[in-house]
Write a protein that binds this ligand. Sequence first.
Ligand code: ASP
Length: 294
Amino acid sequence: MIVIAVHGGAGNARPVTLKERREGVQKAMEAGWEILTHGGTALDAVEAAVRVMETLPFFNAGMGSVLNGDGIAEMDAGIMDGRNLNVGAVAAVSHIRHPVTLARRVLESEFVLLAGSGAEGFAWEHGFHHVPNRDLVTKQRLETWLENAGFSGKPAGYPWGDTVGAVALDASGSLAAATSTGGLTGKRAGRVGDSPLPGCGFWADNEWGAVSTTGLGETIVRSLLARRAVEGLERGLAPKDAADQALVYLKEKTGGWAGLILMTPNGETVARFNSSSMSYAIMRDDWKAPKFSE
Ligand code: ASP
């Protein structure tokens, strides 16, 4: 069986981009699907899917990332291989077009997580191009930042999400997960959320499941949301119950909100959230057509 699921972030979706969002998750899903149907790995599929969303301006990842308090697109990303628990992640990186691919390079290195200027140095050594901040910033993100310039250093409200992620199961039975984000609008420079932290923003273990999360990062980290959802599967819960119980735990313990896509080793997949919306797309080879959030 092959399965892919992608999400375009939990939050309060701005109606103006619902259509774009839907087309965006569809495009991302198709990129991953193409790889899976040609016998590619789940790891390649999730990277490809996330790369698509990193190029689309209305997602908060790569180009289109929200700006931190200093007006910089400062991004986090992580990727995990369910075959061997290999993880690669980058935190608080700027000037990178595809943070998920940089995370993938880290996964292939002796490191797990590289941050800030060190991660960028690693990127230049590995042939990544230095992208000027202005090429990652969209008009809409700049306007939002300008309207809120007074809140520098403090994540002010969370009117929408737009973080991206993917999970996949390939023909060999392997799972993978990836997540990429610009974080929270106006976040303090150097603030790192859940997205590059295994067990928080993502997790993949062939034996139990794969997950990508989105939402209020500080509360996802404190509740180890990704790991908790997979733990639910380990305890024998159905995927929907595992996801919902993890979200209830996050809400009750921390007051936060979040969403996630969760996939089991046999391809059962759920998309659950306690925010007002989350865009997603799911495709399996025993379905005639994909399922969408909206
Ligand atoms: N989880 C991301 C962060 O806190 C934001 C999001 O998912 O929208 O950095």
